[in-house]
Design a protein around this ligand. Structure first.
Ligand SMILES: NC(=O)c1ccc[n+]([C@@H]2O[C@H](COP(=O)([O-])OP(=O)(O)OC[C@H]3O[C@@H](n4cnc5c(N)ncnc54)[C@H](OP(=O)(O)O)[C@@H]3O)[C@@H](O)[C@H]2O)c1
Length: 247
């Protein structure tokens, strides 16, 4: 049973348990999409109507192949209009040399798994489908002005490289691909990176003094970029405000 109405667009969001993925699912349903929300564990709350949960979707080394199969089984024969990878991992690190496993873990979750799963789902992509990878401007070599978080930066640069390849291979099939920096967004990742407790008290409504934005603001921006994504601009690296980021 698909639960999708005739003519209704279908979105698959990987990494939908919290943060930007969660917010994107809510927004897409409001915009008329049928949504498959993919996550590792059972959600704590019952999902709103229009969102179907796929649990067991983990992006770790020995899990990604199973995750691709799980999504494929749930989709049955349905085509994906919008595939978005939001799952990501930022391990705050001191010295890469003292924790070499940090690179492989983040490379797997942030780069290898999204590219692998997209390739595995290619039969569900059709002319007009769009694939979006949440990257980070920390991957930009042009903008790099700090030597921190080497493994996160490398993993997102690897994601960008893989996504560029996919953009080329999927273009003849009519499928457009984007890499997108969502902004400095006040999610768990942001608060953990900045050393704050998850149980923060005051949430600024929109942009705060440090330039950070709310998840809902970021998602509005992200979906504008998605709306403008087409085969003429496939394979580019976008900021959430619609400008392009240099590699
Ligand atoms: N927030 C920012 O300021 C910012 C800036 C630039 C780029 N980004 C990128 O934007 C994306 C979304 O970030 P966010 O801020 O929403 O992060 P978040 O709140 O920390 O959420 C991370 C999501 O990734 C999932 N995830 C982590 N490891 C996973 C794994 N091994 N397998 C499957 N799922 C996994 C988490 O699932 P669980 O709940 O199961 O842990 C969660 O759904 C990430 O790719 C991030 O790198 C964020």
């Amino acid at each position: 049973m698909s639960g999708q109405q005739a003519g209704q667009p279908l979105a698959v969001v990987v990494g939908a348990s919290r943060g930007l993925g969660h917010e994107i699912c809510r927004e897409l349903v409001g915009r008329g999409y049928a949504v498959f929300a993919c996550m590792r564990s059972e959600p704590q709350e019952h999902p709103p109507a229009g969102i179907r949960i796929i649990t067991g979707v983990a992006l770790d080394d020995h899990e990604m192949a199973k995750s691709a199969v799980l999504i494929g089984i749930k989709l049955q024969r349905q085509a994906i209009d919008l595939l978005i990878f939001t799952a990501g991992l930022l391990v705050k690190e001191g010295s890469l040399a003292s924790h070499p496993e940090n690179y492989s873990t983040q490379a797997t979750v942030n780069a290898h798994a999204p590219i692998f799963i997209t390739s595995a789902l290619h039969q569900h992509l059709q002319p007009g489908s769009k694939v979006v990878f949440l990257s980070s401007k920390m991957a930009s070599m042009t903008l790099m002005d700090q030597g921190t978080n080497i493994s996160y930066r490398m993993s997102k640069a690897a994601l960008n490289a893989g996504a560029c390849c996919l953009a080329q291979s999927l273009k003849p099939l009519g499928v457009a691909v984007a890499m997108l920096h969502p902004g400095a967004v006040r999610t768990d990742m942001y608060y953990e990176y900045h050393g704050h407790s998850k149980f923060r008290h005051a949430e600024p409504a929109s942009e705060s003094a440090d330039g950070s934005i709310s998840a809902s603001q970021s998602v509005q921006d992200i979906l504008k970029v998605v709306a403008n994504l087409d085969l003429d601009n496939t394979g580019r690296f976008w900021n959430h405000d619609g400008s392009q980021i240099a590699w």
